[in-house]
Design a protein around this ligand. Structure first.
Ligand code: SF4
Length: 634
């Protein structure tokens, strides 16, 4: 059952704790357990790590790690050997496919699994006959990624983060890179000469390093940037040759901005007209403008991300050094997991699943047909457990806690005929599994991951997995051979990466260590090679009375085993007073039928009208689509 490729047991690997992708190695050279030492790499050129990264090996020696495969016997999970567990897992999944239909199976990958593992998972799903394959990373930045794909052709950062040192103006929007991506922020933003403008309803660590902080009323960020764009057009600061040569649709876009100006926008956005004019002057004066966007731009369906793309196109600030749109993702291989096709509507390389030529290209390499109909996304699949989905293979995910309601989710998991979970720890989800397979963590495996600026970087196994735990790559090969026979015989991740290059156009020419898609400079990857402006919506309804839910970014780590400490509700002192609440009070936050209980912290840096929660705490509210919340004593 081994497709082992553990030859690289010494050396430098990639930090598993965020999407910056710093290089590191065990400080003591011995492998397991100790602290990590940074090794200079493209993302950490001075070799420094952040405080998180120094502890990158913490999970290696964790006594809570799963070390044996488990199978359910008489209601309880009991240890067994790999062959028994894999047979049981494959038999359970095959029984669902045979008795019902292959697309009654769901497959969940994960942003901390490697490119090759996520690639193999979606290959297994599709060759079995199901497009219901997804990973939760997709949810974190989906709207901004879609805006980037629509505008420039790829759902990814348009430039390398190292180019931020050449930027004149860095516009950080809805992100806190000083904490979330600290090495990149320190090396490339603070290491350069750029003015930093932070746009966020909550002042945070990034604000302290910024020259300007602007806090538009939640829900009005897009209008705020439209007002800046209108001001740039008004002062004739448009890069006319860029607009003429590299974009389409400018006239319609300009026309849609005709009733927007700084003064009128101020009433809705609560940003003084002078601040809008100041930002437009800074943008007009800057030679290179770079946007860093985080999860804060997700709340409005992508309108803010599109408005930022418009700004960059107006001033020709995309496709040249030090300029462009950087999507500051949080989780280690968030970019890569979707790049390799671990989503229900795309094949590897972000190819449209409904395109017959794309399916044929993949089928030719795989020697197996690809089902035509897009599958369910993770949220839809979970809701369909026990209805149209009857078996699931969950790799590195913990849907039992990452979904809206614990009892509801437990009932959904129990409604499956079979549930196979591959994970590093026992979790709320493994508690419902029929088979649990113990996994390796990132520093224990080979393969590649793709960081937030599209750089594909090699992992090295600098520690050994505990007990019988093994890399998911081996587990997926073994399951693939049992379920499909052919197509899952690999010498190791390298061979799978070579296959990925054959099926995925974006990976075709990329070598490990390089970025895919670095052809933005000449021509955007859109059908006509241009970025399309479109008319914008400038009518914004503002709920001046309610508390707007603002959700902070999710950090890296391994779900329940590495929960973040930031679990508090943050309110402005005036809002807390008005509610009769004080710092430290237990509170319940409700909206759209969902609620979470937490503790209040009162903070001057949060703008009035904002209820700020960390993503891991806010999950039930986010999943219920909550925009405004009520807060009361618990
Ligand atoms: Fe790891 Fe991210 Fe810190 Fe770099 S910035 S050391 S990748 S957690």
């Amino acid at each position: 059952d081994d497709a082992s490729d553990r030859s690289e047991t010494a050396g430098t690997t990639v930090c598993p704790l965020c999407a910056v992708g710093c290089h590191l190695t065990p400080a003591d050279g011995a492998g397991a357990g100790g602290r990590a030492r940074g090794v200079a790499g493209p993302a950490n050129p001075n070799g420094r790590l952040c405080a998180k990264g120094v502890n990158a090996f913490e999970s290696v020696d964790d006594p809570d790690r799963l070390t044996r495969p488990l199978v359910r016997e008489d209601g309880a999970l009991v240890p067994t050997d790999w062959t028994t567990a894999l047979d049981r897992a494959a038999d359970g999944l095959a029984a669902v496919a045979d008795a019902r239909d292959p697309d009654a199976l769901a497959f969940f990958g994960a942003p901390h699994c490697s490119n090759e593992e996520n690639y193999l998972l979606q290959k297994l799903a599709r060759t079995v006959g199901s497009n219901t394959v997804d990973n939760r990373a997709r949810l974190c930045h989906d709207n901004a990624a879609e805006a980037l794909a629509d505008r420039f052709g790829y759902p990814a950062s348009t430039f390398g983060m190292d180019e931020l040192v050449d930027s004149d103006l860095v516009l950080v929007v809805g992100a806190n890179p000083a904490v979330q991506q600290p090495v990149a922020f320190n090396a490339f933003v603070r290491g350069g000469d750029a003015d930093v403008v932070h746009v966020d309803p909550r002042a945070n660590e990034t604000t302290r390093a910024a020259d300007v902080h602007l806090a538009p009323r939640p829900g009005t960020d897009a209008l705020f940037f439209h007002a800046v764009a209108a001001e740039l057009i008004e002062r004739d600061a448009v890069d006319a040759s860029f607009v003429a040569e590299r974009t389409t649709g400018f006239d319609g876009y300009r026309e849609s901005l005709s009733d927007v100006d700084a003064v009128r926008a101020a009433a809705a956005t609560d940003v003084p007209a002078g601040d809008v004019r100041d930002l437009s002057e800074r943008i007009a004066a800057a030679d290179g403008v770079a946007v860093i966007a985080g999860t804060g731009v997700e709340a409005d369906g992508g309108a803010t991300a599109r408005a930022l793309c418009d700004l960059l196109c107006l001033t020709g600030d995309v496709g040249r050094t030090g300029a462009g749109f950087a999507l500051f993702r949080g989780l280690n291989n968030e970019q890569g997991a979707t790049d390799v096709g671990c989503r229900p509507d795309e094949l590897p390389g972000h190819a449209d699943l409904t395109d017959p030529a794309a399916r044929e290209r993949v089928a030719d390499v795989w020697g197996a047909d690809v089902p035509e109909t897009p599958g369910l996304n993770e949220k839809e699949a979970l809701a369909a457990f026990g209805e149209s989905i009857h078996g699931a293979l969950v790799v590195g995910e913990n849907p039992a806690i990452s979904k809206r309601d614990a009892d509801w989710t437990a009932a959904r998991l129990d409604a499956l005929d079979t549930l196979v979970v591959v994970d590093v720890y026992e979790t709320e989800t493994t508690a419902h599994a029929d088979v649990v397979l113990p996994a390796a963590v990132g520093v224990e495996k080979t393969g590649t991951v793709t960081n937030l600026d599209r750089r594909v970087q090699a992992l090295a196994a600098v520690a050994d997995p505990p007990g019988d735990a093994r890399p998911d790559f081996e587990t997926l090969c073994a399951l693939g051979r049992r379920l499909m026979g052919d197509g899952f015989e690999y010498d190791g991740p390298r061979e799978a990466f070579a296959e990925l290059r054959a099926v995925s156009p974006i990976h075709a020419d990329v070598t490990v260590g390089e970025r895919w898609g670095d052809d933005y400079r000449e021509r955007f990857a859109t059908p006509d090679g241009r970025a399309a402006f479109a008319p914008v919506e400038t009518d914004v309804e503002v709920d001046a009375d309610g508390l707007a839910l603002v959700v902070g970014s999710r950090a890296g780590g391994f779900g329940a085993a590495d929960a973040t400490a930031d679990e508090l509700l943050h309110l402005n002192p005036a809002d807390a007073d008005a509610l009769g609440l004080a710092d430290g009070d237990a509170v319940v936050v409700r909206g759209d039928g969902a609620s979470v209980e937490t503790v209040l912290t009162v903070e001057d840096g949060v703008r009035r009208g904002v209820a700020y929660l960390h993503a891991d705490v806010a999950d039930p509210l986010v999943r219920a689509g909550t925009a405004s919340v009520e807060v009361a004593a618990a």
